[in-house]
Design a protein around this ligand. Structure first.
Ligand SMILES: NC(=O)c1ccc[n+]([C@@H]2O[C@H](COP(=O)([O-])OP(=O)(O)OC[C@H]3O[C@@H](n4cnc5c(N)ncnc54)[C@H](O)[C@@H]3O)[C@@H](O)[C@H]2O)c1
Ligand SMILES: [Fe+2]
Length: 387
């Protein structure tokens, strides 16, 4: 048996009401000066006030809201400059993946030399030397798994890039489904498909292990069984609970086994055409699954049996059947299934291919090697849709 290495955040609180642990954690750290990184929508809808008011009196809280969806390098640099000018003892990230990724950077980069660009995976030249201040990450979407990964994603011109380091891991993750009840339909669908994609890509990854398979399969069950209900009725507590735990488990699975082709091809759609991260995964998922299926049939059948709710004849399925299963899963939660629906014209597929091919870190985990031809073909299928 191969040796597998697993990494997790130091501590997680998961479940309805787990936000109640925030006060004790902060008190235990003895840091009064707290930076909360969130986004303007969450302040506007009262979520920040509702869930932070129990700790407001005992700590000096600064709420930073200059966080855009799919944050750019400039957005992150502004936050780092703001944090350097203050003296915060710890950071709380409260929001979707965008706010959580920014919170990670706010906790770590200001204590180190240089700027964000110096630490980027594709073009950076420096290594983080200092751990920074402690951080608590509290997701308000069930999607990215950012609360349990050591990754922060940034949107650059033309593509996306990441900073990854142990220091970006949460000291404490608090995963409370209550905080997701207000997520709008389309964001619920997109973030849910992102979580499903994490589980599926981790399960099919060449770096998968028995431990990550267990996490990934339970995540597929939870997400497969609840996403549609969560989209149709956002106040359904059971569906929100399942999605919240599912995205947390999917996050642990992909943090340790990696994501692959879907994410590699999704990044250029996010940066070139501003598709939200979950939607860019959703519009590619069926076509990538069709393309790689010949190299991972047994595992693909296992996933499809869960998603197709016990349908037995999955064992006889061919690439077209896998395609249809994922296609209708995405369509049923109300998301676009072709690039055309986003107004992307065919002549742009070459630019997309040229950027996707740069994501070698992600492509290396694909069960089927994806070179320039395969990548272009996948974009072409996603352009044309189901024939
Ligand atoms: N670090 C990681 O491991 C990782 C993994 C995958 C994706 N990402 C990154 O995460 C970002 C996307 O995060 P996301 O998909 O969670 O979306 P997001 O954080 O951009 O949020 C999307 C929208 O939903 C709103 N929203 C969030 N929670 C809400 C709530 N409870 N009620 C009402 N509205 C709410 C936000 O205000 C925002 O307008 C991208 O930059 C992506 O690249 C990071
Ligand atoms: Fe993702």
């Amino acid at each position: 048996m191969m040796v597998s290495m697993l990494r997790f955040p130091k501590r997680s609180y998961v479940g309805w009401g787990s936000i109640g642990e925030l006060f004790q954690v902060l008190r235990g750290w003895g840091q009064r000066n707290v930076l909360v990184v969130t986004d303007p929508t969450l302040v506007k809808i009262g979520l920040v006030e509702e869930f932070l008011s129990p700790v407001n009196h005992d700590f000096q809280i600064t709420v930073y809201t200059d966080v855009e969806p799919e944050p750019s390098l400039e957005c992150a640099e502004r936050l780092v400059a703001f944090t350097r000018a203050g003296s915060f003892g710890c950071v709380v990230g409260l929001g979707g993946g965008s706010a959580l990724d920014m919170a990670k950077l706010a906790a770590v980069i200001p204590q180190n030399k240089g700027n964000i660009a110096d630490y980027l995976n594709l073009t950076g030249t420096m290594k983080l030397e200092k751990e920074g201040v402690p951080k608590i990450l509290i997701p308000t979407t069930s999607g990215t798994g950012s609360e349990v990964t050591d990754i922060a994603v940034l949107s650059l011109k033309g593509t996306k890039d990441v900073i990854t380091h142990d220091y970006l891991l949460a000291d404490v993750a608090i995963v409370d489904p209550q905080l997701t009840l207000s997520v709008p339909k389309r964001v619920t669908a997109a973030t849910g498909i992102d979580a499903l994609t994490h589980a599926v890509e981790a399960f099919l990854s060449v770096n998968a292990s028995e431990a990550t398979d267990a996490l990934a399969l339970r995540a597929v069950e939870l997400i497969g069984g609840s996403l549609k209900t969560a989209v149709e009725n956002g106040k359904d507590a059971e569906a929100r609970k399942a999605m919240s735990t599912g995205s947390y488990l999917a996050g642990l699975a992909f943090f340790n086994a990696g994501v692959a082709g879907v994410h590699a091809l999704a990044y250029p759609l996010g940066s070139q055409f501003k598709l939200p991260h979950g939607e860019s995964n959703a519009v590619l998922l069926p076509y990538v699954m069709k393309t790689i299926s010949a190299n991972c049939r047994e595992k693909m059948n296992t996933i499809c049996r869960i998603l197709a709710d016990g349908v037995k004849q999955v064992d006889d399925w061919n690439a077209e059947d896998y395609l249809r299963l994922f296609y209708y899963f995405v369509k049923d939660v109300g998301l676009p299934t072709t690039l055309k629906e986003y107004g992307i014209i065919e002549s742009k597929l070459t630019d997309l291919t040229n950027d996707a091919i740069k994501q070698k870190r992600l492509l290396a985990r694909s069960p089927k090697p994806l070179g320039e031809n395969e990548i272009h073909q996948i974009y072409q299928m996603a352009y044309s849709g189901l024939q």
